[in-house]
Write a protein that binds this ligand. Structure first.
Ligand SMILES: *Cc1c(COP(=O)(O)O)cnc(C)c1O
Length: 389
């Protein structure tokens, strides 16, 4: 059996894969099993921050891999402690809990918020407001946090205590906060899976005002938006606010599984010994790679991300087959005249990998994609979008 047949036979049928087997990659170029080359504008869903097998990341990972691959959290290791220090120094936060995925990073954030509220106000105060059309993960609790019924129906009963506010609807937000028992508000600043939709500044301001007034914990889910993706180190920095907790994963590890729940001073000591844990969390190899990634997300690189973003937006906005471009930085959702599925397929046929977010074509290129490659990809995307059906 070839790889596609083996996969169909033995892999649980949870994924609708594209008809493409990738065998190799370098930078923004991925190579299929028939030798064909693709410009990758999706980076494994915002994971390969510096593309495939980036030299600096590979050596950071490989060096650590030869020293010590895993210890469990019963012992101290350098990469984990140093990465936590770096995350805190870059954000003004206080402490970090490491896990292996976005869902786990959110689980930890939810536990911290619930315990903070229970310790201070009693166990009844346990409601976490999330937004409609949000996406927070696939575990039963992060699925419960996810404000999209399509993900819920087959898996009832869900974890209790989540209520869904319509994104950017300030009066809905106020009503739900005032209805009582709210412990926290959790949100993506740019809803990724929900269709690459940024929250408005006014809505974000109101979240933070209400949280101040009612002592609610603000949780920014930066799993997709984090680590330079939106043109700032974390997306909340675009809004001039600072959450009590942010979670991140995807691009942090640059291609290895790593989640982080980053805690401000206010909640830094809510969890104590035995309250939470992870066997793999803070793995030294993943953390060594992440240190090399964070160290490169400096002002110059972030400015370059914003410049590339402006370029893509202006090119695609002027394209006849495009009706809107939403998003921030190098996390963009393109509304096209032709159905997004067709665009994705035709782009692949012409050597460009893009993905979807709801009905939009989603672009998540490597943050260091070189200009020439980027221009080549955008020309192809424009041609595909505007071609006659
Ligand atoms: C991808 C994603 C998650 C889930 O991350 P996993 O690593 O797949 O568990 C959670 N929140 C957001 C905003 C995401 O984009």
């Amino acid at each position: 059996m070839n790889i596609k047949e083996l996969d169909k036979e033995y892999i649980a049928g949870t994924y609708g894969r594209f008809p493409l087997t990738l065998i190799k990659g370098k930078g923004s170029i991925a190579i299929g099993d028939d030798g064909s080359e693709y410009i990758d504008m999706a980076t494994g869903i915002a994971v390969n921050t510096f593309g495939y097998c980036d030299d600096i990341w590979v050596s950071a990972v490989a060096e650590q891999l030869m020293e010590l691959q895993h210890t469990s959290n019963l012992y101290y290791t350098g990469p984990c402690a140093r990465l936590a220090q770096l995350l805190c120094e870059r954000t003004g936060m206080s402490k970090v809990f490491f896990s292996n995925s976005g869902a786990e990073a959110n689980e930890c954030a939810i536990k911290v918020a619930r315990k903070y509220a229970a310790d201070k106000y009693g166990k009844e105060r346990n409601v976490i407001l999330t937004l409609k059309n949000s996406f927070h993960g696939r575990t039963i609790t992060t699925l419960s946090a996810t404000g999209q019924d399509v993900f819920h129906n087959d898996f009832l009963p869900l974890t209790e205590g989540f209520q869904y506010v319509e994104a950017n609807n300030i009066s809905d937000l106020e009503d739900k906060v005032k209805s009582g028992n709210v412990a926290a508000i959790m949100f993506e600043l740019v809803q990724g899976e929900g269709g690459v939709m940024p929250l408005t500044q006014e809505f974000v301001n109101r979240i933070f005002e209400l949280s101040e007034e009612y002592d609610l914990i603000t949780i920014a889910d930066e799993v997709q938006t984090g680590n330079g993706r939106t043109g700032q180190l974390y997306a909340y920095m675009n809004y001039g606010v600072k959450p009590d907790i942010f979670s991140t994963a995807k691009g942090l590890g640059g291609g290895l599984p790593l989640g982080a729940t980053v805690l401000s001073y206010k909640v830094a000591d809510v969890l104590g010994a035995g309250d939470h844990g992870s066997t793999f969390g803070g793995n030294p190899v993943c953390c060594a790679g992440a240190i090399s990634i964070l160290n490169r997300l400096d002002d110059e690189l972030l400015a370059d991300v914003r410049k590339k973003s402006e370029y893509i937006i202006s090119e695609l906005s002027a394209c006849s087959g495009v009706t809107a471009v939403d998003g921030m930085g190098l996390m963009l959702g393109v509304t096209t005249v032709k159905p997004a599925d067709e665009i994705v397929k035709e782009c692949m046929d012409r050597g460009v990998l893009v993905i979807k977010a709801k009905h939009k074509v989603r672009l998540l290129p490597a943050l260091n994609i070189d200009w020439e490659t980027l221009k080549e990809a955008i020309e192809i995307i424009k041609a595909v979008c505007s071609a006659e059906v």
